[in-house]
Write a protein that binds this ligand. Sequence first.
Ligand SMILES: Cc1ncc(COP(=O)(O)O)c(C=O)c1O
Length: 368
Amino acid sequence: MTSSTTARVYNFSAGPAVLPESVLQQIQDDMMALPGVGSSVLEISHRSKDFDEILFDAVARIKSVMSVPDTHEVLFIQGGGAMQNIMIPANFITDPSGVADYIITGAWGKKSAGEVKYYGKLNVAYDSGSTKYNHLPKQSDLNLTAGAAYVHLTTNETIHGIQFPQLPDTGNVPIVADKSSDIMCGPIDVSDYGLIYACAQKNAGIAGATIVIVRKDLLERSGDRLASYLDYKKHADAGSRFNTPSTFPIYVTGLVCKWVEEFGGVEKMEAQNKMKSQILYDVVDGSEGFYEGHVVDKAERSIMNVVFKLGSDEMDAKFIAEAKQAGLTTLSGHRSLGGIRASIYNAMPVSGVEALAAFMKDFAATNG
Ligand SMILES: Cc1ncc(COP(=O)(O)O)c(C=O)c1O
């Protein structure tokens, strides 16, 4: 593989990440001129009728793919997960004495919790940091606050490869979930959530658009306390066009949702994601310790980010270098954890996972 080749590799990047080839093709086809418009999506006004169609279509497809009920609003907001970490406490903790509970099961949840102090009181309901986020809490482990403004969790921790198989019971306190790396990986009941957010650059599109799905009654909490851009209600009232939205990322999210629909929807996607991740976990489990998975309980292993390591940093580096030579790229673990991380989002084809599994078996046989 040389740097001048344009052949596509199997790209296991954690994000921005692989997109469906048909989506890339569609973008290419539309790039000089959208059909019937004569200009590309990059060149048209965000208030034009042509962009209306793109935005309404993307929102409608998210609603359809995720079966979003009428109780919830779908918004696009800029600023990624980082902005949501701020907007959530800003909007939902209505007075500085208010408490928000955070269940911290990885680095992203920890980062989210760090913003609460500007708006109210943080209660860490659980933190698995002392064991490098290798397990999830049981319900009885949670130190939840009665009357908390909300409970925040990260349904899939992208760095540590740990995913909630089901939500904890939080009574009538709304659940706020970072689903950046597992949105649309399978069916969920949106009515279980007060708010869902996902930066799109992993499973739902490209960097620049963040999907926010918020229960409409919670919008009333925003009040008139906030600087305008921070206020969910203002974004909702403006139909995601409070200011110039990220037009191109929204268009790409619409195409990705269409691709999910054409694939057969999120139920079928989940079956494929489980199958794909199992192929890799089977190699890890069958390697007699050559590969060591990060997450302790098999039921908590992510179907999106498969995280494991070899016996030493040198072996990890050899694995990554040789995999790259074989056209299997971006397999290094996050710098905070090391090891290997194979991100196998919806758009990673089964053939990519099979190629990685075959490589892993060969590598273990040669180096074990
Ligand atoms: C679970 C999760 N949350 C949040 C983020 C951060 O998103 P952003 O860089 O858009 O702030 C990431 C990104 O890598 C992530 O995986």
